[in-house]
Write a new protein. Structure first.
Length: 298
């Protein structure tokens, strides 16, 4: 049966990863699932329900034995491939960051009618689990700050007290529009980029006009413009490209607002990403402009 639902529940993801580990990363090897139930404090009936859900997706095969309850289970080829991907994404900081941002936004959108929305309440929502693994406080706070930077979420008192994230969050009009679009953050921002700009009327300026140009702002702006134009051809996946373009916009603002520390951090992150991109003509052009920015930053 085809796997039509893109997301797995927390116990579905955990069982897939359990089977992957206990089978020695091999498909079609039956594994006892009773120990999984004990490890997850889940009764046999609950484990059987998780197995059935995965079997409905075509990811596992249940091996029924009268003396084994819940049933021994093996990964089908599709389930084996899915488990390998889950294992890889769990360790990928970019994948975790992307999930956290989308999860916090979806959670805020679902609670958009609430009078107040403490960020700590996110930790008791199912959204907190990324492939069965709970996001930590730093990941959630970083996601909330990123959403605020993108103008999708309002965050007040965004500190951390111990292990508890404090503060209130509220969807902005832009965040509400993103939630209604239902395309995820990457799709929403891509649609915004593709939207034609409004017409601009330029009137006549009379008298003496003085133009003041800051070299750093100019070159940083040129790098940001080049990233917007050449970024899609760098061969990065959609989420890495989205984060790169957002960092480019933030870098431009940091230069305009004369925030050297923030500018340096964003520049270093961008050059690191460019360093790992496939070697193309566009990448070489971007690296050349980046070298000019680096020379100005010292």
């Amino acid at each position: 049966m085809a796997d039509r639902r893109p997301e797995l529940g927390r116990y579905e993801a955990r069982l897939l990863l359990w089977l992957l580990r206990e089978s020695g990363h091999r498909p079609d090897v039956p594994v006892r699932t009773a120990p999984f139930g004990l490890a997850q404090n889940k009764p046999a009936l609950g484990v059987s329900a998780v197995i059935a859900a995965l079997a409905d997706r075509g990811l596992v095969h249940a091996h029924e034995w009268p003396e084994h309850d819940p049933a021994d289970t093996s990964l089908r080829p599709a389930g084996h491939a899915r488990a390998l991907r889950l294992e890889s994404e769990r360790r990928d900081p970019v994948a975790r960051r992307s999930y956290a941002e989308n999860a916090v936004l979806r959670w805020a959108f679902e609670h958009r009618g609430d009078d107040s929305l403490p960020l700590r309440d996110f930790f008791v929502a199912d959204h907190v689990f990324f492939h069965g693994d709970a996001l930590d406080a730093e990941e959630v706070l970083a996601a909330a700050r990123s959403l605020r930077s993108d103008g999708l979420l309002g965050v007040t008192d965004d500190g951390i007290s111990g292990d508890v994230v404090t503060g209130q969050v509220e969807l902005t009009e832009r965040g509400l529009e993103c939630g209604h679009a239902g395309t995820g953050i990457a799709g929403f921002l891509r649609r915004e980029r593709d939207r034609p700009p409004p017409p601009v009327n330029i009137g006549t300026v009379q008298g003496d006009v003085t133009f003041i140009q800051n070299s750093t702002v100019h070159v940083v702006g040129r790098l940001a413009d080049q990233l917007a134009g050449l970024g899609p051809a760098l061969g990065l996946d959609e989420e890495r490209l989205r984060l790169l373009l957002r960092d480019a916009d933030d870098m431009r603002r940091a230069a305009e607002e004369d925030r050297p520390g923030r500018l340096r951090a964003l520049f270093d992150r961008i050059t690191h990403e460019l360093g790992g991109a496939p070697d193309t003509t566009g990448r070489q052009l971007l690296l050349e402009t980046a070298r000019q920015v680096g020379g100005l930053l010292g």
